[in-house]
Design a protein around this ligand. Sequence first.
Ligand SMILES: *[C@@H]1O[C@H](CO)[C@@H](O)[C@H](O)[C@H]1NC(C)=O
Ligand SMILES: *[C@@H]1O[C@H](CO)[C@@H](O)[C@H](O)[C@H]1NC(C)=O
Ligand SMILES: *[C@@H]1O[C@H](CO)[C@@H](O)[C@H](O)[C@H]1NC(C)=O
Ligand SMILES: *[C@@H]1O[C@H](CO)[C@@H](O)[C@H](O)[C@H]1NC(C)=O
Ligand SMILES: [Zn+2]
Length: 547
Amino acid sequence: MNIHIFFFSLTVLFISPIKNLCNLLYAVSSNLDVLWKQLPTLFCNFLYKDEDVRPFPNKLMRPKSEEELLMERTKGYWRNAALNTIADKLRQRMNFNTAKNVIFFLGDGMSVPTITATRVYMGGEEKSLAFETFPYTGLSKTYCVDHQTADSACSATAYLTGVKANLGTIGVTAAVNLKNCTAMNQRENQLDSIAKLFQLQGRRTGLVTTTRVTHATPAGLYAHTADRHWETDTDVSTLNGDVTDCEDIAHQLVFGKTGQQLNVILGGGRRGFLPREVIDEQGNSGVRSDGLNLIEEWIKFRENHNQSYQYIWNRDQLLNIQNGTDYLLGLFQSSHMNYNKERNTETQPSLEEMTEAAIKVLDKQNSSGYFLLVEGGRIDMAHHYTWAHKALDETAEFSKAIQRAVEITNEENTLIVVTADHAHTMSFSGYAARGSDVFGYAGMGTDKLPYTILTYANGPGYRPPNDEGRRYVPLPEDINEIQYQWPSVAPMEKESHGADDVTVYAQGPWSHLFTGVMEQNVIPHLISLAACVSTDIECEETDTKAP
Ligand SMILES: *[C@@H]1O[C@H](CO)[C@@H](O)[C@H](O)[C@H]1NC(C)=O
Ligand SMILES: *[C@@H]1O[C@H](CO)[C@@H](O)[C@H](O)[C@H]1NC(C)=O
Ligand SMILES: *[C@@H]1O[C@H](CO)[C@@H](O)[C@H](O)[C@H]1NC(C)=O
Ligand SMILES: *[C@@H]1O[C@H](CO)[C@@H](O)[C@H](O)[C@H]1NC(C)=O
Ligand SMILES: [Zn+2]
């Protein structure tokens, strides 16, 4: 008998079934205690070649102590926890004060699975993000006028102006089709944002974002455009717009009526404010073709109007804002700000630090209050590249910013709303053991190969099966990489948004109205009512008694 055939038969007869048994052992043991997890490693490891994929046991995060986990096995533990929650709910009183201040937190692309997975990332399934303890919660339907799934532009128009629009357009009605300048310039098609309504009452307004300040979400506060990508005059001319007719977004921020009155503008995107010939503080050149230096123009306007102002570009300056600054422009990067995991923590501020600085400038003694938009803008961008680690880390940063805002404001007079603009396609699935690292394996497929807890419906994380037709499965060293692109079912250059509803959380005056399943465009109408800036709904100013 040929020796090769002999070994081949041996493999088929014995090794294969043993390997299957081992695969099963691995899968079962990944749900057991650490000790038992060693079993398959001890008895089965010799069967595998280095390149073989096997159902590696997950790292355990074990946020809870053994004693706490034992408590969870008793009925008293769960009943007491439930009764405490009920006691909290019974203590809850509706707040009918006029909201002096409103802080609107927008997690770009912060879908429900993103929030759930971030709890585990932050230390355990039972953990809560800062906004998850807010008393009132609702769902928001995010579709836009011409598409089932929203982008950040039509979505920003809905939750900041109260009117739904077409995909890719900002601050204009759905009478404006994508890229139609003539239609975008018609006054009757332009929409006032919630910030504009605050400004009309002489109240302060501001925006904070981790993206370029001319990106879709912040632009929803101050711009009217038929194309979200017209961020600079150069973009307008390269993306078949007419520069003489279509005003770019950066220009609208500095010269537009609403943009001009914003007290706080913090984020990235410096290049859109500078001409090509100008090199910025960090050595990057501008991108404008019209020769305008919009930072200088912004300063000139403040001086002409005798306003106290500061232009800043790094973290040190942000942490040392002079008292009495009424207008603050902070541009911390040439393009978007870096992901938190990749930022230089000495020079680039965190979202939390920017939020705190913004509130300091907006919250002036004896003033009539403010509206602030804070965007965690890079949750979305991380998802587009199926970088799940970064998406969850950005969500954790977003939560920290909200935590800080809750600490330094007063629930009696400040309405805080937290929501997302649209979902993403990341799913959180399978039956991994309690306390498993969320960047781990969920179980075994019918192909006897493990699958990960996190997967995407589409995106650049797609890899074809190997030559033997075996499904791609990442190795533990792959999925521990912050830069790892998670598996996707359909190959796409960039992962798409999801169409599912997103959550809305609220605390403070009139937060009890932010409940049920609502159209996304209802949100700013509710804020207008709470802050008494509505032009459609009558409201009475009530004394909040709070400082
Ligand atoms: C652009 O909008 C204008 C004004 O609403 C309209 O007359 C024109 O037909 C539109 N152009 C296109 C290409 O849709
Ligand atoms: C500008 O403001 C300062 C301080 O409020 C004031 O002393 C000064 O007269 C003002 N100047 C002009 C030109 O209005
Ligand atoms: C700014 O104001 C705060 C609070 O009023 C005060 O504690 C602080 O010393 C002031 N800082 C400067 C530099 O004036
Ligand atoms: C605030 O208002 C009170 C009462 O109207 C006044 O006494 C106080 O000086 C004001 N403070 C500031 C900083 O304007
Ligand atoms: Zn997106």
